[in-house]
Design a protein around this ligand. Structure first.
Ligand SMILES: [Zn+2]
Length: 172
């Protein structure tokens, strides 16, 4: 299977970076188009302060070399129905992914469960959906492993894009 384009879908800022940043960096290094769809701005997060997380997500996308799309939903209010499926289908139309990464369906966060279900519907004609694990995943039996070691530093940088940027001058 030839891969030209991959799309990673996450509910909140950091989900994709935690779940599959190493894989995205590998796709990017192979010259494949990588895109991220982040469904909410993480408004309910303890660390949410205005547009900070929006900027951090944009910085993380730059570090990963990925194009960033926002779903525009409210944190904790994602449902697996038509509106969510429509947004995913719209972004899939734009980037035509050969592989779609999304949260594993068994998860303690309702947004994560809902997006897994909606993505399976939206990507029903897509060739491949791969689930990724995050700290709130409750059950996961992976069958595909992607070695992230060579990209580990950049994955960590993508998780802390602002502190990475502010620390950079002190290292020189
Ligand atoms: Zn999340």
């Amino acid at each position: 299977m030839t891969i030209h384009s991959v799309l990673a879908i996450g509910c909140h800022p950091d989900d994709i970076e935690l779940g599959c940043a190493g894989a995205l960096l590998k796709h990017r290094a192979s010259g494949q188009r990588t895109s991220m769809l982040v469904m909410t701005a993480g408004q309910r997060s303890r660390t949410f302060t205005g547009d900070t997380r929006l900027k951090e997500q944009q910085a993380a996308a730059s570090i990963l070399g990925a194009e960033l799309f926002w779903g525009g939903f409210n944190d904790t209010e994602i449902d697996p129905g038509r509106a969510t499926i429509d947004v995913i289908e719209h972004v899939m139309e734009l980037v035509k992914p050969d592989v779609v990464y999304v949260h594993a369906p068994e998860d303690s966060h309702q947004d994560h469960r809902a997006i897994a279900v909606a993505t399976v519907s939206a990507a029903r004609r897509s060739s491949r959906i791969l689930f990724y694990q995050t700290p709130s995943t409750t059950h996961f039996e992976p069958t595909i492993f992607i070695d992230a070691e060579e990209n580990l530093e950049r994955k960590i940088a993508a998780l802390h894009p602002v502190s990475s940027a502010t620390q950079a001058p002190s290292r020189t």
